[in-house]
Design a binder for this molecule. Structure first.
Ligand code: SF4
Length: 187
């Protein structure tokens, strides 16, 4: 499992690749040092899944550990409804759907099908509004796009030139720990 990418970091990579490097540096430290409000809320929304409280239905799998040898991915799904062949990722709030969030759902999908599960439908579920947002199964072309994204992730060099977007830095959970910026975060 060495060098496998955690699915939970895919969206962070799109936000800023350097944040993945910082995540790896600080992952052993007290999470309270860097977790900002949105991340804490996101974690809480997943806790009911991780502790398997979200549903009692027999055909619903929750927090199932997943992997893909093909893509080099590991992680966990939120919810898989076997009878509906439906994979769901819960988010507390989804004002906007970012490509990285779609990649995370695709990553879960690719892992599940590689593990032999049947998945025919994908969706996000917004907890704050009780809304389900269906997502299409990735096409062949989108699988190529995803493969190229994973390759970029694997080949990222934190010592190379990094494009800094100071507006992003102000909203980054690593802002106060990052050597690339003097910004303060807004949380
Ligand atoms: S503070 Fe800025 S440069 Fe540093 S990891 Fe965050 S977004 Fe990237």
């Amino acid at each position: 499992m060495h060098n496998y990418i955690s699915i939970s970091t895919l969206n962070d990579y799109i936000f800023c690749p350097y944040s993945i490097y910082l995540h790896n540096v600080y992952m052993e430290t007290d999470e309270g040092l860097y977790h900002a409000t949105p991340q804490t809320r996101g974690r809480v929304s997943h806790e009911s899944v991780d502790t398997k409280k979200a549903s009692n239905k027999r055909d619903t799998l929750m927090a199932l550990p997943i992997y893909s040898s093909k893509f080099g991915l590991v992680g966990k799904i939120d919810i898989y409804k076997q009878s509906e062949k439906l994979l769901v990722e819960r988010k507390y709030q989804l004002k906007q759907l970012f490509r990285g969030q779609i990649y995370q759902l695709w990553a879960q999908y690719f892992c599940l099908i590689e593990m032999g599960y049947l998945v025919e439908k994908l969706a996000f579920y917004e907890i704050s509004s009780n809304k389900t947002i269906p997502i299409a199964i990735p096409t062949q072309q989108e699988e190529v796009e995803f493969t190229q994204f994973i390759e970029r992730f694997k080949n990222f060099d934190p010592s190379g030139n990094i494009e800094i977007n100071f507006n992003k830095c102000r909203h980054c959970i690593y802002c106060n720990l990052c050597d690339k910026t003097e910004e303060d975060n807004v949380y």
